[in-house]
Design a protein around this ligand. Structure first.
Ligand code: ADP
Length: 159
């Protein structure tokens, strides 16, 4: 059983995340989204809301599952019998941080591989902050997020 985990904040999940996850899921038996519980980013959505949005957005892909984690990603990978961590790379600016993390993760547990994947170019400029900013200011983001996420964002900002 070859399992990979896809860690992140996912506040909220968008089509760039889904693009990476669905393509990576074809290369492994199982892909598990793991949502970071302890984030310093002050997320808009609670952990449970983020989990639910990922579940709803990926339910069409049979070998994708969703969990949350605290602590070190490599420890979670080991505990969940995963052989690798996948991360998305959009720009050179992502590279520096991801490179540092991958080297540190290798030091912490060399048995867990770090794998990087680029999204389809239409998602290369997409991130969760841009998604929230556009919708907060009345823009239409429906081409870049699943409809369930679009609705959740509209209801967050209308309340
Ligand atoms: P972080 O993990 O840095 O808090 P996210 O939860 O937004 O950020 O992202 C989780 C993972 O998804 C990271 O590897 C990030 O690089 C990747 N990612 C985010 N947006 C995109 C995108 N538009 N295309 C491909 N990968 C992305």
């Amino acid at each position: 059983m070859r399992k990979i985990i896809y860690p992140g904040t996912f506040d909220p999940i968008h089509n760039g995340h889904i693009d990476i996850a669905t393509r990576a899921a074809k290369l492994f038996d199982t892909l598990e989204f793991v949502v970071a519980v302890n984030v310093e980013k002050n997320p808009l959505f609670s952990v449970d809301e983020r989990l639910e949005l990922i579940i709803e957005s990926t339910k069409h892909v049979k070998n994708i599952s969703v969990s949350k984690f605290t602590g070190l990603v490599v420890d979670y990978a080991k505990k969940s019998d995963s052989i690798a961590i996948i991360r998305g790379l959009r720009h050179v600016s992502d590279f520096e941080f991801e490179f540092q993390m991958a080297i540190m993760n290798f030091h912490l547990n060399p048995a867990i591989a770090s794998i990087f994947m680029m999204p389809d170019e239409k998602y290369i400029h997409l991130n969760s902050t841009v998604v929230k900013d556009v919708i907060k200011n009345g823009g239409n983001i429906s081409a870049f997020v699943p409809s369930v996420v679009n609705e959740a964002l509209l209801s967050k900002y209308s309340s």
